[in-house]
Design a protein around this ligand. Sequence first.
Ligand SMILES: NC(=O)C1=CN([C@@H]2O[C@H](COP(=O)(O)OP(=O)(O)OC[C@H]3O[C@@H](n4cnc5c(N)ncnc54)[C@H](OP(=O)(O)O)[C@@H]3O)[C@@H](O)[C@H]2O)C=CC1
Ligand SMILES: O=C(O)[C@@H]1CCC=N1
Length: 271
Amino acid sequence: MMDMEAMVGFVGAGTMAFAIASGLVKADNVHRGNVMGSAPSDKNLIQFKNGGMQTTHCNESVLRSCSVIFLTIKPNILPTVLGEIYSLVTPEHLLISVAAGITVQTLEKLLPAGTRVLRTMPNLACQVQEGTMVFCRGSHATEQDASHLQRLMSGCSLCEETPEAFINIHSGLSGSGVAYAYMFAEALADGGVKMGMPYHLSLRLAGQTLVGAGKMMLETGEHPAKLKGDVCTPGGTTIHAIHELERGNLRSTVMNAVEAATNQARNMGKS
Ligand SMILES: NC(=O)C1=CN([C@@H]2O[C@H](COP(=O)(O)OP(=O)(O)OC[C@H]3O[C@@H](n4cnc5c(N)ncnc54)[C@H](OP(=O)(O)O)[C@@H]3O)[C@@H](O)[C@H]2O)C=CC1
Ligand SMILES: O=C(O)[C@@H]1CCC=N1
């Protein structure tokens, strides 16, 4: 059981912050009134406000009000922001970074000695309680900190502790992967339109096709190759389509995409 009264903070209140915050609230793991987001402008904060969460323009208020704090700012401004909050960080805080590429070593260098840090990589689907997250512990984060994050994320995301090396890979596979899935859905819908179906119906069917395929894979535990085989009637429609996808190098292209995103996360960690 979560302590529903505990405050959960977000330094940065943009897309990923809102996805996690609303996922936590929907999963009943925190009261909406006990979530606080900070950002310089109202542009994104308004979503927090409309969702009944607390908002502030002052990162300091988040540090003073919350002990569990997600760092949901862009990687390039993380050093500046951590510099600004440095003197407010205490041993009571658990800081959870979602910043792509930024290593535990860098986070710990930018924070007071002994700070409890978790490095995570989430994806946007936390917002609809279907997220994925992997994380690793900094040198001062405890087993309780790891289980705290897993309890907090339960009901809104898969949440696996992994070696740090997997965090950038998850960025390429799933953090970014939802975007590849949207491209696939868009292409399916465009195909439907090309063949004469109205766009809105085509889009809804494409979205549900992805949901259904993912659910089948997870619920049956079957390998995707087996499930793909189940769809292919000999001489039928699917195998003709699959031949076209293979001609277009679908699988190799997707593998290249995961590789490119992972390498970019690794590069971002170096700069
Ligand atoms: N988007 C995604 O799908 C994923 C993102 N991530 C990671 O999440 C992090 C955030 O990305 P994303 O949500 O997409 O970015 P957004 O641009 O949507 O959000 C960034 C937020 O940071 C705020 N901000 C800017 N400067 C400061 C500051 N000095 N102090 C406090 N807040 C500040 C912005 O304020 P304002 O609202 O005023 O502009 C905004 O609310 C990144 O590190 C990214 O790597 C990880 C996985 C997936
Ligand atoms: O594009 C990015 O850098 C972030 C990290 C994973 C998804 N979005």
